[in-house]
Design a protein. Structure first.
Length: 160
């Protein structure tokens, strides 16, 4: 009789312990789903800037820039005459810049932003690079995006 009572007690403990484990794993999965949620972030593409000759990479490079001094080390303004000849305004008190740029090439190369997402203090830029036909001149492919400084955090660049 004592053996049956002891065995029943052990089975009850195992049953309740297994139920508790399932609840914990369900909560963990729910927490993971909550942490993965991201929201799309608005950005503005910067125009009329170029990569300085002192900063010519040998391969595609990505960079997050938080200050005017840091920006000026790598990029220059390319003002031209006309209505849209001025470079896009930058204010590093309010904005940060995400840059994707490549080496000088004679192929038509475009770098485009697909989307920009923010979640868990992680900013992720999804971009793509397309290469086209040979040209008779060389260019330095460049993508510069201006975003609000409130999204400043760890930054990932994902090439699609």
């Amino acid at each position: 009789m004592k053996k049956i009572t002891f065995l029943t007690g052990c089975l009850a403990i195992l049953f309740f312990a297994s139920c508790e484990t399932k609840k914990k794993s369900q909560n963990t999965n729910e927490e993971k789903h909550q942490t993965i949620k991201t929201k799309k972030i608005q950005f503005e593409e910067l125009n009329r800037y170029f990569v300085k000759n002192s900063e010519l990479p040998s391969e595609l490079r990505t960079k997050k820039i938080s200050s005017q001094e840091e920006f000026d080390k790598t990029f220059g303004a390319a003002t031209v005459m006309g209505k849209n000849g001025k470079p896009t305004d930058l204010n590093f008190d309010k904005d940060i810049v995400l840059a994707v740029y490549g080496p000088s090439t004679t192929k038509k190369t475009d770098i485009k932003a697909d989307r920009l997402e923010y979640g868990n203090n992680i900013l992720t830029l999804h971009y793509n690079v397309t290469e086209g036909a040979e040209q008779s001149f060389s260019t330095k492919p460049l993508l510069l995006l201006k975003i609000s400084k409130k999204y400043d955090g760890f930054t990932k660049f994902e090439k699609e």
